[in-house]
Design a binder for this molecule. Sequence first.
Ligand SMILES: *Cc1c(COP(=O)(O)O)cnc(C)c1O
Length: 390
Amino acid sequence: MSKHFETNSIRITPSKSNQKEHSAPIYLTSSFTFESAEEARATFSEEVQGNIYSRYANPNSSDLIEKICAAEGTEMGIATASGMAAMFGSIASLLQQGDHVLASRSLFGSTHQLLTRVFPKWGITSTYGDISDIDNWEKLIQPNTKMLFIETPSNPGLEIIDLEWAGNFAKAHNLILVVDNCFATPYLQQPAKWGAHIVTHSATKYIDGQGRVLGGLILGTAELMKEVQFFTRHTGPAISPFNAWILSKSMETLGVRMDRHCENALKTAQYFEGSSELENVKYPFLKSHPQHHLAIKQMKHGGGIITLTVKGGEERARKFIDHLQMISITANLGDSRSIITHPASTTHSKLSVEERARVGISDGLVRLSVGLEHVDDIIEDVERALHLSK
Ligand SMILES: *Cc1c(COP(=O)(O)O)cnc(C)c1O
């Protein structure tokens, strides 16, 4: 293993088959054979290492996990069928009835639904903390608080939480720190370095990078991941070998893609900052971002997402979106194609107006996932639509 992200993401590969292929093949097989009854017994009892069944592991998922663990600096990982399977699995496997989660309020919409609607059914409760009030989070800790769950940068509010603070806070209060690292990717930020015990991903976004497949990852310390592995083996959220293969191939280009996503996003944010058509432009690497100092401390670049708040609320925001010619209207992000969404009426529509307001999603806010097209074309499309929506 190299000390460099780029090299590991390309050169970590499964051992070659007897065909001596240069590019890793897809192992579309549900199970693996044993030479003897004895080998089957020894493999099942984990006396010897070997593939058994693709719900447990498959060469393609193992390959993906090895690359991501090298990138994140984590000991062990599990690949899941979607990002939400990873979010669910990380909480469900490590907590039990009566436990409590302290979470940052700005969370992905479905993660919010898990904590407020799904887990309470099984007696796992949660409290949200506002990052503007981080000095008071100690007061939110209960005797049964076991986990600190955060997302940074958050979707879509782009709030940044100090990972060093989070690591220290979790340690001081004996909490499992889980960080959803989807927006940053391990290329820009490695939460484990700051003390995260578990790092989760929706690999559907930047790790795939071309809007093709769903996937998720749970990564962390061997001690905790053994629990997660037990849970996922027996509950079955396994990723398909095909999707794992796609995602492992995508890892080879993650670094160069992220460099360009971030460069295009910064240029776009700088171009529109101060526009008379906008109330606000938010991007972690703009000096005007409220947590800019934290972003530059813990991230290599500012990421590929910017938010624009148009003047004129929801009506103008939707008109603006309808006037875009190139940029796609779709729910995904992290794609090579630029994508626009109106969170208040789509991804975060299940939140109440008050809940949305508290995580900074106003009716005029649009989220722009800046793609890999030429930045001049992205800027031109946004500018024209802003003009036409007046
Ligand atoms: C998309 C997303 C998820 C969910 O991932 P899926 O692959 O869609 O299940 C979780 N967290 C964040 C931050 C996301 O953007």
